[in-house]
Ligand binder design. Structure first.
Ligand SMILES: [Zn+2]
Length: 329
């Protein structure tokens, strides 16, 4: 059996939904593709996750312009993955002045941004079909955490006033990567989680910290959000639905990591670990968007972590293909 690599066979366009969740918060979602969030204040707009390419970002910008003509001053990168950050340059023509990310995300862009860009462009040909519009890596201009507040550097939590609405941004703990940030609009109880939370879509864990992720999800649950824009999947409205998305993600992460620990304990090789994991994952998650894309990367990382590899190994286009071939052959 041979499956097309990653999302290379996923070429059909998705239906995009741009919907209002509260007085100032909007969700841009697309049937399991990477989502963006939009927070529209009286003076400025913030976009949470920039989309994969400037060409794609212009579609999001066009939708924003149907409801507001304010400058899009802030672009938040919830983490370093190329499908979320490489569209950022499109916002400069719309008034963008700050690209916000955590210290952990900045470090990951320095360490592996170039490799990740190449790797993701090959994994997602549909999202990167206008890759020629990408001018290069996206570098944050405002970095949260890791700085020295005494010297005027930004401490661990940033509050941005957009006029009539404030957005809090911080790193709630390791999970999907070690630098994920969230955006939280407390006055409307709307959470923009990035890939820390997904719903009815593959939970990509190729660069994750699986052991610590569930505790980070519980920190998000404690916010008691009334709506969430997950990284992938539809926006969820009402606390019951928010908890559903948190539970969905937690179940994926815990099932995957439990299987990997069992495989490591039994001294299985990676192929056997994959087969062992499928027995638990396929019946529950086999039907969701990008499941088959995610699973080989997820099992690889989970198996590494279960065997004591703390820092996720860097994926390159070459390592992607080698791993894929070894697990699908
Ligand atoms: Zn991601």
């Amino acid at each position: 059996m041979s499956k097309a690599f990653a999302s290379q066979a996923d070429l059909a366009d998705k239906k995009i939904t741009f919907e209002q969740l509260s007085a100032h918060c909007w969700a841009y979602t697309a049937e399991g593709d990477p989502n963006s969030g939009v927070i529209i204040g009286d003076r400025f707009i913030m976009v949470s996750d920039a989309t994969a390419t400037p060409a794609m970002a212009r579609d999001l910008i066009a939708r924003i312009r149907t409801v507001s003509d304010k400058p899009i001053k802030y672009v938040l990168l919830t983490h370093y993955h190329a499908v979320r950050v490489l569209g950022a340059s499109a916002y400069f023509a719309e008034g963008a002045q700050e690209i916000i990310a955590s210290q952990g995300t900045l470090e990951l862009i320095i360490e592996r941004g170039k490799e990740d860009m190449q790797s993701e462009m090959e994994r997602f040909p549909r999202l990167f079909r206008n890759a020629e519009t990408v001018p290069g890596l996206t570098w944050p201009t405002l970095v949260i955490g890791g700085g020295n507040p005494v010297q005027g550097e930004v401490p661990g939590r940033l509050t941005v006033d957009l006029g009539g609405v404030q957005v809090q941004i911080w790193h709630p703990g390791p999970g999907h990567t070690r630098g994920d940030t969230i955006a939280w609009v407390a006055q409307e109880k709307v959470l923009f989680s990035g890939d820390l939370v997904e719903y009815e879509a593959g939970v990509y864990t190729g660069d994750a910290h699986l052991e610590e992720w569930p505790a980070t999800l519980e920190a998000l649950r404690a916010l008691n959000a009334e709506a969430i824009v997950p990284g992938r999947g539809e926006a969820m409205k009402g606390s019951a639905q928010v908890n559903r998305a948190l539970d969905y993600t937690k179940r994926w992460v815990e099932t995957l990591y439990r299987c990997a620990r069992e495989a490591a304990q039994a001294n299985m090789d990676l192929r056997s670990a994959m087969a062992h994991t499928r027995k638990a994952m396929d019946p529950v998650f086999g039907h969701v968007f990008i499941y088959e894309h995610c699973l080989p990367f997820d099992v690889s990382r989970a198996y590494d972590e279960a065997r004591g590899i703390k820092n996720p190994r860097i994926w390159t286009a070459e390592r992607d293909k080698e791993m894929w071939a070894s697990l699908q052959a």
